[in-house]
Design a protein around this ligand. Structure first.
Ligand code: GUN
Length: 289
């Protein structure tokens, strides 16, 4: 029987936990999001992120920059926020305009305020089995959702489709840490269905609407759909839900699956960074004494 993984319900549960923790903190957590005004899809996400923060008592501020902003000015904004004692977490909404070097911008964020876990120090620690300050929100949310549905990852044949730094690479790593056997497929993979048909778990992050179809998967497969796009005015994911869901033992819907979990993990990362920030300040104070 198909089980539909309810990311929205789990996100609500996580917000309740976060709210009660925020109430007990000595400092109100604060997230700052930087977005350039050419990023239309990003504007919707940013609003969702802001609403989620409000729900839990976290302060959230958005800095909207012109699409023509120079890399220097963008990084200047980040360096100021790095020094601001009120700010606990910084997120730069991607994609950035093409004249800007994304890696340089992401690496300008202090690793201690890295809401996305994209800084090379945090990503590198995650990839080498050390403890990072934060882990990228979508992969972290996927693992949290699989845990909620008590999926035993050890020994599963997991296929990740897509090799982005935001989703594909980090989710492959997290699945490997849980002892899954991970295969990475991407746009240049030949005969992709030979991999997907053998998979116990598929994470589909292709960015192509309804890419994964029912005849590409085996019965009982677990399917995580990371995509979100519009087809004939309707929201859809990277998975053709109508043909894949009947064969799946567990599947995430779009909307209401991975999306809400990504936002919930951003709020969780902001809380975690704030707790570390408070701890660091206490240590500094004790040293000063
Ligand atoms: N654009 C699409 N997904 C993401 C994300 O997880 N973080 C950021 N910063 N930008 C994105």
């Amino acid at each position: 029987m198909t089980n539909i993984a309810d990311g929205k319900a789990l996100a609500s549960k996580i917000y309740e936990q976060i709210s009660s923790e925020v109430d007990g903190l000595s400092k109100i957590p604060m997230l700052v999001v930087i977005i350039t005004n050419d990023n239309e899809a990003g504007q919707i996400y940013v609003r969702n992120k802001q609403r989620a923060c409000e729900k839990t008592g976290i302060l959230s501020e958005t800095i909207e920059l012109d699409a023509n902003v120079s890399e220097k000015e963008l990084i200047g904004n980040i360096l100021k926020l790095n020094k601001d004692e009120l700010v606990d977490a910084i997120l730069v909404q991607l994609p950035l305009p093409p004249h800007i070097d994304t890696e340089r911008v992401l690496n300008a964020i202090s690793p201690k305020k890295d809401a996305d876990g994209f800084h090379y120090i945090n990503a590198g620690k995650m990839f080498t089995g050390q403890i990072p300050n934060t882990v990228a929100c979508t992969p972290k949310g996927i693992i949290r959702l699989l845990d909620e549905y008590k999926v035993k990852l050890e020994g599963l044949n997991a296929v990740v489709i897509g090799r982005s730094n935001i989703v594909g690479k980090p989710i492959a790593q997290l699945l490997l840490q849980r002892n899954a056997t991970v295969t990475m497929c991407h746009s240049k993979t030949k005969n992709i269905e030979t991999f997907t048909k053998n998979a116990d778990l598929i994470v589909c992050a292709t960015g192509q609407p309804e890419f994964l179809k029912g005849d590409m998967v085996k019965d009982g497969v677990i399917v995580i759909d990371v995509g979100i796009s519009r087809k004939d005015g309707k929201l859809c994911g990277d998975v053709e839900f109508e043909t894949v869901a009947p064969k799946a033992s567990l599947i995430t819907p779009v909307p209401g699956g991975v999306g809400p979990m990504t936002v919930a993990m951003l709020v969780q990362n902001t809380l975690d960074l704030t707790k570390k920030h408070i701890e660091d300040n206490q240590k500094k104070y004790i040293t000063f004494l």
